[in-house]
Design a protein around this ligand. Structure first.
Ligand SMILES: [Zn+2]
Length: 696
C-alpha cells in the first residue's frame, strides 16, 4: 500500500495545506503593547492592598508593560456559586491603567474553588489506578465533567461581559497550562466521553475500531461501544492503539474546553486576541499542540529549565523554534519562565550570574515578541512560596531585582525587532502522536526517548548556527526546504510518508533516523521490511532490529571521525540502491551498514540506522547540510549561540555567549543594546549578549 502511495506521489508540484486544514481565527486584532512586552504573572490578591501601590511603582521602575492577572482568582472572584465580587479586580485593573500597564486577563478556570467540589464531587478526577484526586491543589477537575464545563464557561462569560471594553485589558489568557496536572482522567464520565470521541473518529464503525486496534488478539474484541473503557491500570501491557487513541482523545478533550471558553470570550469582545500558555519544554508531552495552535490568536509558551540539564540553552532554543513554528512562523510570547529557581524539582538550582538575561534574550532571538515570568512578587505563603519571582523575597536590594530592571531596559532597546521573523532553510519533523507511539509499552527498546533523539539532531545544527523550523510530516510543501530532517518518526501515515519522500524525489535532501516509518497511524506494522514507509526512498531494507543494551557500544567504520561509536540501537540493513557511508566495526552486525545514502529522484535520502555518539552525529549532519547547500552562520566562535531575525529593512543578529569567554564576531551595523556602531567586529561580552541590526 505504501509503495503505491509513493508512486502516486510522483508529481513534484502538489500543494499541501495548513497543519490542520482549519483556518486561523482572524477576527481578533493584534496585541496592543508598544515594543516587546515585558512582565509576569501578577497575583496581587495574595497581598494587602497597601502593597499594590508599591507594585505599580516598582513595575514602572522595571519597565513592565504587561501583566497576566486573575489566573488563579476563581475563589477571589466567585466566593460562592453565582455570587461575584469584582471590586478588587476593578481596583487592580484601574491601577494598571493609571500606570500604563496592560492586562492579560485570565479566565481563572485552572483552579476551581473549594465550594465547587463540595457541590460537584463527581468533578474530581480519577487516576489510572482508580484513585480519586482530591481538592487542595490546582487543576483538580475532570476535563469531561459537565458541571465543571458549565461553571468554567459561566465565570469566563461573566468576566468577558464585565471587562470586554476595559481599556487596561489587552488580551485574554484562557485557563493556565492545560493538561499540566490533569491531562488524563479515568473516571466513568471520561470513559463515556472517550466512547463518544471514538464513535466520531471511527464514523460509528465498531468493526473499524476493532480492526484498527487489532483486538482479535488476546480476546479483546468489542461487541458494543459500551464495553470500551479508558486504558486503566492492567496486569499486562495494554493494547497499543487503545493507548494511542486515548492520548489523542485526552488532548482533544482539553482542546474542546479551550475552544468553548474562547468562544464565550469572542462573543463578548470579538476583536480582543486570546492566548493560552503552552508548555513546550522537555518534560511535558500531554498535548498535540499542532492541533491546538490554529485556535489561538497569539501563541504563547511557558518554559522552565530542568536543573539536571547540562545544556539548558539548547532546550530553550529548540523550544523557541518549535513554538514559533506552531505559531506559523509568526512572533509569539514567552508567557512564563523564571528569574531563578523553580520549586517543583528535586533540587531547584538558582540561575548563575547572567543566565536569566541570556535565557530571556534567547527566547527573543527565536521569535518571542514578549518576555514574562512567573511571577511578579515572590509569595510568602502557599504552594509556590519557594518559586523565584521578579521581585524576590529579599526585595529590591538583590541581584535578581537588578537583573530584572536591566532586562526591562534592554528589551526596550530591542523594540524594533518586534514582528520580525526567523528565516530557516532546514526543517525538522516533530509529531506528537509519533512521540506517544514510540514510547508505548512493549516496544523493541524501552530506552528510546523521542525528545532526546530530536534534541540530539537539533543540537548539531544549533552548535553551528543553522536555523531550523519544525514541521509536521505533511504540513509543508515538499519543496519549501532544501533539507528536511526526520530524527524520529516511528509512526507516520501514508500522506506524511509521501510528502517526505517527495522532498528527496524532487531534488531536496531527506535524512531519516532509525526505527522511523515502522507503523501507520493505527500502530500497524508496515510489512515486508523496515523502515516500511521510507524503505523505497531510502533504498534500503531492514529485516531485523537489534536494539542495544544500556552499556553496549559498537565502533563504527567508514566515512566517520576516528573513534566513532554507536549505542542504543542497531538494525540489520540490506542495501537496495543506497550506498553505505558508515558500517559496524564489531558486534553481531559487523560489516553491515549503519549510515546510508541514496540518490533518489533528483535528490538524496540518508538513513541513520543507529544512534551515533554526539561528535559523529554532528559530523554527519554537518556533512549532510553542506551537501544540501545549507551553510552555517560564518565566523561564529564555539560557545556563542547565533540566531537571526529578519525585519522589513534589516536583519537582527543575536549573539549569545554561553562559554563565558566573550568573543569578537564579524558584523556591520548597529549594536542595539549599547547603541554603538559596528564597523567590522562586534564584541559579545563574556556571558552576555549582542544584537546587531544589519541593514539589508
Ligand atoms: Zn473524568
Amino acid at each position: 500500500m505504501t509503495q503505491q502511495v509513493l508512486a502516486d506521489a510522483a508529481a513534484c508540484t502538489d500543494a499541501v495545506g495548513s497543519a490542520t486544514g482549519k483556518p486561523r481565527p482572524d477576527t481578533a486584532g493584534p496585541l496592543q503593547v508598544p515594543g516587546l512586552a515585558y512582565g509576569g504573572d501578577y497575583n496581587p490578591e495574595q497581598w494587602p492592598e497597601e502593597v499594590w501601590a508599591e507594585d505599580m511603582r516598582l513595575m514602572r521602575e522595571a519597565g513592565v508593560t504587561m501583566v497576566s492577572i486573575g489566573i488563579f482568582s476563581w475563589a477571589f472572584l466567585e466566593p460562592a456559586e453565582g455570587r461575584y465580587e469584582f471590586a478588587g479586580l476593578d481596583r487592580i485593573l484601574g491601577l494598571l491603567e493609571q500606570n500604563g500597564i496592560v492586562a492579560d486577563l485570565a479566565t481563572p478556570t485552572a483552579a476551581p474553588p473549594a465550594w465547587f467540589f463540595r457541590s460537584y464531587p463527581d468533578a474530581l478526577p480519577v487516576d489510572r489506578d482508580g484513585r480519586t484526586l482530591w481538592p487542595g491543589s490546582r487543576q483538580t477537575f475532570c476535563p469531561s465533567n459537565p458541571a465543571y464545563r458549565r461553571a468554567a464557561l459561566r465565570i469566563a462569560g461573566v468576566l468577558a461581559e464585565r471587562y470586554a471594553d476595559h481599556p487596561a485589558v489587552a488580551m485574554w489568557h484562557v485557563h493556565n497550562e492545560y493538561g499540566c496536572h490533569n491531562a488524563a482522567c479515568y473516571c466513568d464520565t471520561s470513559a463515556a466521553a472517550f466512547r463518544t470521541w471514538l464513535r466520531r473518529s471511527y464514523d460509528d464503525d465498531l468493526a473499524g475500531l476493532n480492526h484498527a486496534w487489532g483486538t482479535t488478539f488476546w480476546s479483546q474484541r468489542y461487541q458494543s461501544w459500551e464495553e470500551i473503557l479508558p486504558p486503566r491500570v492492567t496486569g499486562a501491557d495494554p493494547n497499543p492503539t487503545h493507548r494511542l487513541d486515548w492520548r489523542r482523545f485526552c488532548s482533544d478533550e482539553l482542546l474542546s474546553l479551550f475552544i468553548d471558553e474562547r468562544a464565550v470570550l469572542r462573543q463578548a469582545a470579538p476583536h480582543r486576541p486570546a492566548t493560552t500558555n503552552f508548555m513546550v519544554m522537555q518534560n511535558f508531552d500531554a498535548l498535540d499542540y499542532w492541533r491546538w495552535a490554529p485556535h489561538l490568536d497569539i501563541v504563547s509558551n511557558d518554559h522552565y529549565l530542568i536543573s539536571t540539564d547540562p545544556e539548558p540553552q539548547i532546550d530553550i532554543a529548540m523550544s523557541g523554534d518549535l513554538v514559533r513554528s506552531l505559531a506559523g512562523g509568526r512572533p509569539w510570547l514567552l508567557m512564563e519562565h523564571s528569574t531563578g529557581a523553580v520549586n517543583w524539582q528535586h533540587v531547584n538550582r538558582a540561575k548563575r550570574p547572567g543566565e536569566m538575561y541570556r535565557n530571556a534574550l534567547a527566547h527573543v532571538a527565536r521569535g518571542a515578541d514578549g518576555i514574562a515570568f512567573f511571577q511578579w512578587r515572590a509569595a510568602k505563603a502557599g504552594a509556590e512560596q519557594w518559586h523565584s519571582a521578579m521581585l524576590p523575597h529579599a526585595g529590591t536590594d538583590s541581584s535578581v531585582w537588578q537583573d530584572v530592571v536591566r532586562l526591562g531596559a534592554d528589551l526596550k532597546a530591542l523594540a524594533e525587532v518586534k514582528s520580525s521573523v526567523n528565516p530557516a532553510q532546514v526543517a525538522i519533523v516533530w509529531d506528537w502522536p509519533a512521540r506517544w507511539a514510540l514510547e508505548l509499552p512493549s516496544q523493541p527498546s524501552g530506552a528510546i526517548r523521542y525528545q532526546t533523539l530530536v534534541r540530539d539532531w537539533y543540537a548539531a545544527l544549533w552548535e553551528v548556527g543553522i536555523a531550523v523550523d519544525f514541521v509536521r510530516p505533511d504540513s509543508f510543501p515538499h519543496d519549501r526546504y532544501p533539507l528536511v530532517l526526520v530524527p524520529s518518526l516511528y509512526l507516520v501515515d501514508d500522506a506524511g510518508a509521501a510528502n517526505l519522500a517527495k522532498v528527496a524525489e524532487c531534488g531536496g535532501t531527506l535524512a531519516v533516523g532509525f526505527h522511523s516509518g515502522a507503523v501507520d497511524e493505527n500502530c500497524h506494522v508496515r510489512l515486508d521490511g523496515y523502515p516500511g514507509a521510507f524503505r523505497r526512498v531510502l533504498g534500503i531494507r531492514t529485516d531485523e532490529l537489534f536494539p542495544l543494551l544500556p552499556d553496549e557500544i559498537h565502533e563504527l567504520a567508514g566515512e566517520v571521525p576516528p573513534g566513532a561509536t554507536a549505542r542504543l540501537w542497531s538494525e540489520r540493513v540490506r542495501l537496495d540502491g543506497a550506498e553505505a557511508v558508515a558500517s559496524y566495526a564489531g558486534g553481531p552486525l559487523a560489516g553491515g551498514p549503519a549510515v546510508t545514502r541514496h540518490a533518489y529522484g533528483t535528490g538524496t535520502a540518508w538513513y541513520v540506522a543507529t544512534c551515533p555518539d554526539r561528535t559523529t552525529l554532528a559530523d554527519l549532519l554537518h556533512r549532510i547540510c553542506q551537501e544540501a547547500g545549507v551553510r552555517p552562520e560564518p565566523g561564529i566562535p564555539g560557545g556563542v549561540e547565533v540566531a537571526r531575525r529578519r525585519g522589513a529593512d534589516a536583519d537582527y543578529l543575536f549573539l549569545i555567549d554561553h562559554a563565558g569567554l566573550g568573543a569578537d564576531v564579524a558584523a556591520e551595523g548597529v549594536e542595539l543594546l549599547t547603541g554603538k556602531e559596528v564597523n567590522g567586529l562586534v564584541s559579545v561580552p563574556a556571558g552576555g549578549v549582542a544584537v546587531v541590526r544589519v541593514p539589508h
